[in-house]
Design a protein. Sequence first.
Length: 168
Amino acid sequence: MTTQSSGIGRIVSAAKAKLAAVTDSIGTRRARHRRRAALTQQHRLHFDLMCKAMDDPALAAVLDTYETDIPLEKQRQFLFANALYINALYFHRIEALSKAELYGHLRIMCQNRVFREYWEATLHHRQSLPETSEEFLLGRMMDDLIQELADSDTDEWWVVGEPPNDPS
């Protein structure tokens, strides 16, 4: 009888462990879904605000936090450059792009002179980020990429820089 009870106890314990693992898995998927939904809402709001600022000089003035005077037309270009950059980050954050794929998109953006001007003009913005934040680390990756492209002596820009090995 003791052997049967012990065997049943092991089966019950195994079943409880399996149920707990399934429950945790479902909870993790739900949390990931909620995070993606929140990021999607945040991204839509950011994009709506950028569009309004690009369309209305009075609203664009609110976002003028550059250290030098930037003409209105250039500010509008910078707002659009910001929207493109944030869009790429969004796709990385929802795991639609790996870090290596994000790097490839950023390398393409760096080919544009206006985007590089935007990046330089917003350097002081990134300096206020905590060094452990994802945005700081991605910004540093972008800084390094721009420097590598500037130092490169090849016209084959698509081979410049080392994409991160981290697939996340």
